[in-house]
Write a protein that binds this ligand. Sequence first.
Ligand code: HEC
Ligand SMILES: [Cu+2]
Length: 494
Amino acid sequence: MKYLLLGLAAGSLAALTGALSYRFGHASARLVAEALAPLQGSELISAATAPKVPPPLARPYATKVVLDVEIREHTQTLADGVSYTYWTFGEDTPGKFLRVREGDMVETHLMNHPDNTLAHNIDFHGATGPGGGGEASFVAPGHSATFSWRAMRPGLFLYHCVAAPAGLHIANGMDGLILVEPKEGLPKVDREYFVIQGEFYTTGKFGEAGHQQFSMAKALEERPEYVVFNGHVGSLMGAGALTAKVGERVRIYLGNAGPSLVSSFHVVGEIFDDVYGEGGVVANQHNVQTTVIPVGGSAMVEFSVEVPGEYQFVDHSMFRAFNKGAMGTLRVTGRGDEMIYSGRTKEEVYQPGTKLDRLAAFSDTPGTELSHDALLAHGAQVFNGVCSACHQSNAEGLPNTFPPLAKSDFLMADKTRAIGILENGLKGEITVNGKQYHGEMPKLPLGDVEIASVLSYVRNSFGNQGDTVSLADVRQMRERPQAPDRAARQVAAR
Ligand code: HEC
Ligand SMILES: [Cu+2]
């Protein structure tokens, strides 16, 4: 009966706002009317325990979703050997990730366990109404409260307890995320996870063993002992690490419960292709290294993984990451690509002075010529680090694909042309040692010193014998006006 009334009320409001938007063309009234499309049926809310996210809804209509949440006050492990009395929505912190569709009516039943000592409530940032439901859901131990709210706006929203003192209820773990999917859904990805950052203010220092009490003094100074992802130190490391395979696209739904510190979320060794700033439904920035998650807010990040390995993700306020717990792991498996990331290719003893001083080699001081030995030593490094990927480490090349540099008549015939190839790249048909090649060598990011040294090296190794290439030779080529070498013309002509 109650739902029938709610439905009727919603229906007549929709009719009213529809009429308003018809007469006045009022944009926000029209939005409200659209969000209040009639509900069809009802179902249990789609939910998952951290860091899992329930699958996309793929439901073409709005419905009534029923949410049961039981509040618990119980002892949990905060870190190895450290326990704390958590207050949780459900079994653990954070509360479950909830997934509804834009326009859904969320019928919320909040149950305060009889063993609890305090009254609690729930504030949905996705709800429109006093306290986001805080007033309607405020409930004593051994009681339950029911209220319904309409998910009118799509986006990623935090929910949390707002019973006084709200900071304490949040600091004790009462938070979670709800995704209100836009009608058209979000772009498809291969994996979805959720991560909520939050703080713990314990009387004992970080890591101090035993059961810890809440410290109001530290909370007032906003100096937490713990800053963690998903409620516990290390919950997303080791066996709890997030996983993905090379080639997959990952979306992480991020929340920041605080209660005090803004998060600078960063995945070490990754770049976010798309960021949905502040948890809105528009990807409003691309190619982002670190994104900010306001307290009481959210963000969504998407990226594809190309290189296998372990990626740490952190709040880039680094002492939080390394000394207070704000760190997790994304484990990527699969095959790597040396052209994206080589991994360590070499390690050797470094003795200042006896070897090439790299700083000197890279300096662009005019007239700095390297000694013969330094040229060849540096050239070998450049060859191994850059050229060998294609021309092979023995410089023999690969049949029909990469021409040889070893005993190459083409390389040795024209020193100036060779400099031009390294400056500009090369494309087009060439004949090397009687064999034809028709590939493309990209323009490589090489400085003058590297070009001089690598050419000196290859022209004096792998069976080649020739003179060295000096820095002055390279500079002369670069500075020659209107006289592009043949290679440059070849590249330009295509
Ligand atoms: C991404 C692959 C790639 C890399 C890296 C690369 N090359 Fe090449 N290189 C080629 C290809 C392909 C050709 C043939 C282009 C064509 O057919 O026109 C070529 C041609 C050449 C030639 C002329 C043909 C010959 O065999 O004498 C020289 C000289 C050369 N490269 C030197 C270098 C040097 C030195 C480096 C390192 C600084 C280097 N290349 C790095 C792919 C590469
Ligand atoms: Cu509470």
